[in-house]
Design a binder for this molecule. Sequence first.
Ligand SMILES: [Mg+2]
Length: 231
Amino acid sequence: MKTYQHIFFDLDHTLWDYDRNVTESLSELYHHYELLNMGIPTFQQFFDSFHHVNYQLWDDYNVGKIDKTNLRKTRFPRIFNHAGGQADAIPIEFEEDFMHRTSSKPHVFPYSKEILTYLKGKYQLHVITNGFNESQAKKMNSSGLTEFFDLVVTSETTGHKKPDARIFHFTVEALKTSHQECLMIGDNPNSDILGAINAGIDQVYFNPEGKQIDLNPTYTISHLKELESFL
Ligand SMILES: [Mg+2]
């Protein structure tokens, strides 16, 4: 077994419970802005449209089809259209309110802090995320994750998104270490696992839903506690 020195974590859907945090803030927004009166008849409809549109936009962002500004500018108009609501009725502060509420949410995956406490005694821990600087920092603060990590590398800082190997090379160089001493843990086969493979770094695929993938990760786990059995 290799001797790792540095563990890289993905943030959204790996430690920070994106779905739970987003669901809470969407529910608050639906009621606060009375979206029923803007043509969206149920929260479920708003929620389903959010997922449909948001995942499409993030896929587009991840392959460089749209930038951050456009993602944020077009997100809720598209969601409102998809949900059958009146996009021209969206309050000007809606996107910002969504970002603020969501990144202030505290929920993390089960056993996140326990495993980080365990690992911190043995390795240096870092984050590599395709998210934006400001929102990722807020999420980590509000969920109590900041203290565990030495380096937080974002696609916004490096100019390269996972699965581009350059975001991993940047991190390895910044740490003055070697690829063999690093291990990447993440939930996304396309960005985290393929990205680490591209960079020559071992990978842990966090797969709580038991998805089938075409790649062959170094390790696969369905619960964060399983990391204790090999790290
Ligand atoms: Mg993720």
